[in-house]
Design a protein around this ligand. Sequence first.
Ligand code: EPZ
Length: 421
Amino acid sequence: MDKLLITGGQQLSGTLTVSGAKNSALPILAATILSDKPVSIGNIPHLHDITTTLELLGCIGVDISIDEKLNIEINSNDIHNLTAPYELVRTMRSSILVLGPLLARFGEANVALPGGCAIGARPVNIHLDGLKKMGAEIRVENGYIHAKASRLKGCHLVLEQITVTGTENLLMAAVLAEGTTVIENAAREPEINDLANFLNTLGADISGIGTNVLTIEGVKRLGIENLHYDVLADRIEAGTYLVAAAITSGSITLKNISPHLLDAVLEKLKEAGAIIETGDDWISLDMQGKRPTAVSLRTAPFPAFPTDMQAQFMAMNCIAEGTSTVTETIFENRFMHVQELQRMGANIKLESNTAICTGTELLTAAPVTATDLRASASLIIAGLVAQGETLVEQIYHIDRGYDHIEEKLSQLGAIIRRIPR
Ligand code: EPZ
């Protein structure tokens, strides 16, 4: 297993270009199953989860090629296998996103039940309940979801909880359903808007994009000649590098990112003492060499503070001036980074789903273990300021969601290198 070795003490500065969003690329790649015409997708980040998704699409019979500009050309007209196998689904839960499209276009799908992960049980009951209400026959046995529907029927859905991939699965099912589907209490994350815009470009009829109520008029088919679509920039990658600069009292500029994708994160960084300037497609942060001020936060669905940024801010709060509380309301076990940060000298107390952090002047380097994607980012961020050399193990987690992280951090002046197994 590869490891990352970080030598703390460098103040980050410089400019970075933000990659495409993992959580936008994954549903959009799944949505290509719906198109009866080839489609080209661009701005795809170079991540392990993308590779897994392409492997999964290949396994069901999608024809995939990559052009010289790293655009992915996809042709879904020879799909011959409607099963997403356990050996792939268990490595990436978001494989569940092929369920809606396969069912909508081919009337059948067999998808291995995604298990939980480090951050929570992560059930998919809302996905399945919605598909049943749209007329699908769903059986769960031997660890697989077996779904069948001659043609899904539009209906009025009120989701019992805001779910990102649940909204995405049901949206992709509805675009080819008969009649009108209304999805109330839909998630509003920017990645959902990106998926909906992509589907409308293919010929779908979705309205209410960006709101909690999506209305979909089912159409008979999807696909247009010579379509190329670039996925949205990654707001969580952008937020992660902004926090990495803030914890080191540095100053960076990010390009190819709209600031409106992460307003709540930018507000918290200003509260931490950052000078934030923005343009249509760039964000700059300047700490003016100062130690950050501790900021309290509470995660919630978009447009509130994103759960995927919680671990990164926790790392910053560990060395910030003052005491802060971090409350996680989305996942039941998303504090796995706390015990690792405590090994670096962080003063954090856990009370149910709230962490109370008292900032210390310094952290000390230690060998630490990554447990999930954003926890890995948190440990790397802490390593940037810890005294000495921090060794982060199990970094396959980080490779799932961050494109060339050590190159990008080195570009900003960090001393970080990958130690191959
Ligand atoms: C998406 O996960 C993201 N993944 C996650 O990013 C992100 O943390 C999460 O949304 C919340 O924003 C992708 O988009 C691929 P949810 P998802 O369904 O859709 C409960 C990362 O770091 N729930 O919105 O799986 C669930 O248990 C990853 O990039 C049900 O109870 O999350 C959770 O408590 C981590 N039943 C809450 O809803 C369901 O059927 C929100 O989960 C579905 C969800």
